[in-house]
Design a protein around this ligand. Sequence first.
Ligand code: ATP
Length: 321
Amino acid sequence: DRMTPRLESVEERDNIWPRQNSLSLKEWDIPYDDLNLGAMIGKGRFGTVYRGNWHGDVAVKLLKEDFLDDEHAIEAFKLEVAIFKNTRHENLVLFMGACMKPPRLAIVTSMCKGNTLYTHIHLRRDKFNLNKTTLIAQQIAQGMGYLHRRGIVHKDLKSKNIFLENEKVIITDFGLFSVTKLVYDNNLGLGIPYGWLCYLACELIRNLKPCRPTNEDLPFTKSSDTYAFGTIWYELLCGEFPFKSQPPESVIWQVGRGMKQSLANLQASRDVKDILMMCWSFQADDRPDFNQLFTTLERLPKKRLARSPSHPIQLSRSAES
Ligand code: ATP
């Protein structure tokens, strides 16, 4: 029977994948010495990203050494690599391989050109008009819809992890959070790095604990990814984070009780605001999935002329120019 090829249903294939993953992981192993490491691009919570060359330009994310003595972390890392290697979508960064021999654990991906949405929105203060905002959001929804269809929860969807290459959205850093969260920075008293809190869904916020034991998982789900998408939609529209300049304790208290950033100052249509409200729903089940979001975004009116110069999304110092 094994010799007879037959078409499996997608569900069947999904069930078969995990077994294939562990067997074929070796194909994706890149010996560390084969990598030509160049300049450092930046440091994140979990590791350092370098420019590199491996059959062309690549980005190499070298994971922090903190968890190398942790057997579980290394196993978790291999599992993440196994998941990563099955992703092929034009809005997702291209996974090329990994260095899987301790003490060198690294992920090799294609090099993203352009800037992250974070840089566009918060550092360059670029303003996108509603058309462009919608196109960006649609591409995020498409990449995320694909990930979720593959059963992968991003867990760290945020503007820093989304690149804009010309007009194209590239999502990075998916799935890695489970491994890398083991190296928790103590940037704040609560161990919560800045710029992370406002992406956390109500149920995640309610599960935060001061001095969280590192092996305890937060209940990330597809719906918590949707919540994070809501925050990105807000950043795109308003040019700032929700709950801007409020202390983390206050954000935690509000979000944990189901309160949302007020939209009183956002002069956008009902449809545009509804997307925020749906994504930020207190009940995870009330949040739309990414296919629904894509359709909703597609239905937004395409052209909207500026009426008032005070409207943040109509300031139209477009990032295109
Ligand atoms: P955090 O650790 O909170 O997620 P971060 O996203 O800045 O913060 P990293 O993901 O480690 O941290 O990235 C470090 C730097 O490398 C960032 O400036 C990021 O934009 C850049 N970077 C990451 N992946 C790539 C890539 N594939 N191509 C180009 N630059 C990248």
